[in-house]
Ligand binder design. Structure first.
Ligand code: UD1
Ligand code: MG
Length: 460
């Protein structure tokens, strides 16, 4: 930080544009980056500056925008008609005191860093505006920052209003600006819509300030990616990849092992211990917590899960609101639904679905099973193709399996039902009544084999 401002900071986020180029019913600012609406990113960045207030100017889709960010501590301002960026800022000004510094952000410039904004605010600490520019390889479409012979910022000219010589300038306006509030109010009042687009341009403030003999600071953003705008889905994808890259690098610096940072998608919050590794194609959503030495195999989705030390999630698994205990193993091709809890050393193997069930320490459900609304003790062995029939069409019922029980393959446990500790169910059991500890239950019809039957049939 170059300087600290003592003036209160009021952030104005412009979010009223329709975003027609997204070709979407959803307002542009609600399109998601890393799982959160673009606007939420900008509000979070603004909040990092500890401002006195954040005003969000919305128009199109106002209700849904407010609803999507209902928890955000912002002051909502409506701009019923989109008459330009200057007009948009003006809508927020009644709530801004004269002694504040106004920082204007755009909801569709979502990757800007707090440090850059701090610079911009500090540069507006005098009595003039500060604009954030960047050198663009292709400046077409943007406003150009025009400097005088001494190199000072003189005015901003919009692409549509620019001469051929002005269009040759590659320093573009990012759309972000800071300005002392009292002066801004006065200059906004003098903006006109006498231009190619018939809009009230916020950028005219720069020329008006210079006309009043006030100098304008030009702050340069470090890289164009940070201030890139999102106007269509191509730019949205580009912003997503940049943000993912940022998150991946931050995670790797904290010690997370990633097989390929470009095939890692974090759409929420991830915390992890030491020596965790994440293979390619993993999607992490919500709040995910990994202990030490956790291995996540390729092509897996983790949503709101906790995975303890030394656990392994093999490839192609989907885990949601689940808890995986120390040293447990999941997959490949397993699905843990909400309320699934694997205790220490437990195993859920391929094509196994578990919902609202505890799989006790060391217990194994290795193949092709559905376990729902159940509680398994320790060291239970569940054979392939076992199903807890938990639903009678109206209500859900529980299955309880005691420690050390053995469930033969292809068994159905019709809940509510329990299996005693150490009890056995023969393969193909349809269990409808509770069984005692250490018992054997077999429900299949006795086997009948007819000697020579096939040979006789062929002769007939
Ligand atoms: C603006 C700048 C231009 C800059 C470019 C960077 C002006 C006049 N021009 O142009 O110098 O190079 O951004 O991307 O400021 N908005 C409202 N209400 C309105 C109009 C716009 O809230 O009435 C919002 C939009 O939703 C958007 C932002 O303001 O978030 C910028 O508006 P946009 O129409 O995209 O301005 P540009 O023409 O791109
Ligand atoms: Mg724009």
């Amino acid at each position: 930080m170059t300087e600290t401002t003592t003036a209160p900071i009021h952030v104005v986020v412009l979010a009223a544009g329709q975003g027609t180029r997204m070709r979407s019913r959803l307002p542009k600012v609600l399109h998601r980056l890393a799982g959160r609406p673009m606007l939420e990113h900008v509000v979070a960045t603004a909040a990092a500056l500890s401002p006195d207030a954040i005003h969000v100017v919305h128009g199109h889709g106002g209700e849904s925008v407010r609803a999507a960010l209902s928890a955000a501590p912002v002051n909502w301002v409506e701009q019923p008609e989109q008459l330009g960026t200057g007009h948009a800022v003006q809508q927020a000004m009644p709530a801004v005191p004269d002694d504040a510094v106004v920082l204007v952000l755009c909801a569709d410039v979502p990757l800007v860093r707090p440090a850059t904004l701090q610079q911009l605010v500090a540069a507006a600490a005098g009595d003039g505006p500060a604009v954030l520019g960047v050198h663009a390889e292709d400046p077409a479409g943007y406003g150009r920052i025009i400097r005088d012979n001494a190199g000072a910022v003189e005015r901003i000219v919009e692409h549509k209003d620019a001469s051929a010589a002005e269009r040759a300038v590659t320093e573009i306006n990012t759309g972000l600006l800071a300005c002392p509030a009292g002066r801004l109010r006065e200059w906004l009042g003098r903006c006109t819509s006498d231009n190619a687009q018939g809009e009230y341009y916020l950028t005219d403030v720069v020329g008006l300030a210079r006309g009043d003999g006030t100098s304008v600071a030009g702050v340069l953003a470090g890289d164009a990616d940070e201030v890139a705008g999102v106007n269509d889905r191509v730019q949205l994808e580009a912003a997503e990849r940049r943000l993912q890259r940022r998150q991946a690098e931050a995670a790797m610096r904290e010690g997370l092992g990633l097989a390929d940072a470009s095939r890692f998608d974090l759409r929420g919050e991830l915390t992890f211990g030491q020596d965790c590794t994440v293979d390619t194609g993993v999607v992490i959503e919500g709040r995910v917590r990994l202990g030490d030495n956790v291995r996540i195999g390729p092509c897996t989705v983790l949503r709101d899960v906790t995975i303890e030390d030394d656990a392994t999630i093999e490839s192609h698994c989907v885990l949601e609101e689940a808890h995986v205990g120390r040293g447990a193993t999941v997959g490949p091709f397993a699905r843990l639904r909400p309320g699934a809890e694997l205790r220490e050393g437990a195993k859920a193997g391929n094509f196994v679905e578990i919902k609202k069930a505890v799989i006790g320490p060391g217990s194994k459900v290795n193949h092709l099973s559905y376990i729902g609304d159940a509680e398994l003790g320790r060291d239970v062995n569940v054979g392939a193709g076992t199903i807890t029939c938990n639903y009678d069409g109206t209500h859900k019922h529980r299955t309880v399996i005691g420690d050390g029980a053995f469930i033969g393959s292809d068994s159905q446990l019709v809940a509510p039902v329990s299996v005693g500790a150490g009890a056995y169910l023969g393969a193909g059991t349809t269990l409808t009544r509770d069984t005692a500890p250490e018992s054997l239950t077999v429900t299949r019809a006795p086997q009948k084999s007819v000697e020579g039957w096939a040979r006789r049939r062929r002769r007939e």
